[in-house]
Design a protein around this ligand. Structure first.
Ligand code: GLN
Length: 278
């Protein structure tokens, strides 16, 4: 199965034929796995082959492998996707790594910590953190109603739904109260560059989750302006940034009274996650 899939994908010029073949075979096998309890193996294989063929033709037509699977793993957890959610990317794990020690400290000090994830999408950032920290509570805010349903489902799958609430809202508009941490991977692609994104990103990730306005920085302004009155004393804002945006984002937060505490680079060596305090 695997060899055949790999060959088809390679011949079609797919960039990662090995990985995609492995993921699609696992997906096809898992999809038909329930039958394994009652049916002999060759029948299961037959079904898996059919499911795999459907997946391969979708992949060859340019659909990203995780959209076909309907799921992508992030921080060791499986996240369901929907048309209104960005696929969680490995780069975003950098942001989770950056804010974990900060939240641990807050919990050690106060017994509990509360965070709000702005533009939560699949809920990946908040849910990954909840899965690591038992005394953490989180709200995920998104303007897309379909994303909220997906985030709730993902919280349930990760076993953290008791500590997660998904709320519809336009950034801080519906939010009251204060938090230990505001975290966000906001849309940060400058509007004129959206058209130059990889076709698979442009056509399958929601534009709403990518378009950061004229210069890509609109939502950092919203976070820096709205953040102050939503933080407890000693609270922080943690954001993901695009390649090359560090200086601009630092300046926006500085204008609003924040100072940079720490930054982390992604595996590609780009500044990717920044942590600010008042
Ligand atoms: N990293 C994403 C991409 O370039 C963009 C995510 C975002 O705008 N927050 O595909």
């Amino acid at each position: 199965l695997h060899a055949k899939a790999r060959k088809q994908l390679r011949e079609a010029g797919i960039a990662t034929p090995e990985l995609d073949a492995r993921l699609l075979v696992e997906w096809a096998t898992a999809t038909t796995r329930l039958d394994a309890l009652s049916a002999p193996e060759r029948i299961i294989d037959g079904e898996a082959v059919m499911v795999l063929d459907i997946g391969l033709s979708r992949r060859l037509a340019g659909e990203p492998v995780h959209r076909i699977m309907g799921e992508r793993s992030f921080y060791g957890l499986g996240f369901r996707l929907s048309p209104e959610t960005l696929e969680p990317r490995p780069d975003t794990e950098t942001l989770v790594d950056l804010v974990l020690p900060f939240l641990r400290e807050r919990i050690a000090k106060n017994g509990i910590a509360e965070l709000i994830d702005m533009g939560t999408g699949t809920g990946a950032i908040a849910i990954a953190l909840l899965s690591q920290l038992e005394r953490l509570h989180a709200i995920g805010v998104d303007i897309a109603p379909g994303a909220l349903a997906t985030a709730r489902e993902n919280a349930r799958l990760a076993g953290v739904s008791r500590r997660f609430a998904a709320l519809r809202g336009d950034w801080f508009a519906e939010i009251s109260g204060r938090f230990d941490l505001i975290v966000s991977n906001p849309p940060y692609i400058p509007r004129r560059e959206v058209a130059n994104l990889d076709r698979e990103v442009r056509e399958h990730d929601p534009l709403l989750a990518l378009d950061g306005g004229e210069d890509g920085l609109d939502f950092y302004r919203a976070l820096a302006r709205g953040g102050e009155e939503r933080l407890y004393e000693g609270g922080a804002v943690g954001v993901e940034i695009g390649a090359g945006q560090r200086a601009d984002v630092e300046a926006i937060f500085a204008e609003n009274g924040f100072r940079l505490m720490e930054g982390l680079q992604d595996l590609g060596g780009h500044d990717r996650a920044l942590l600010f305090m008042l």
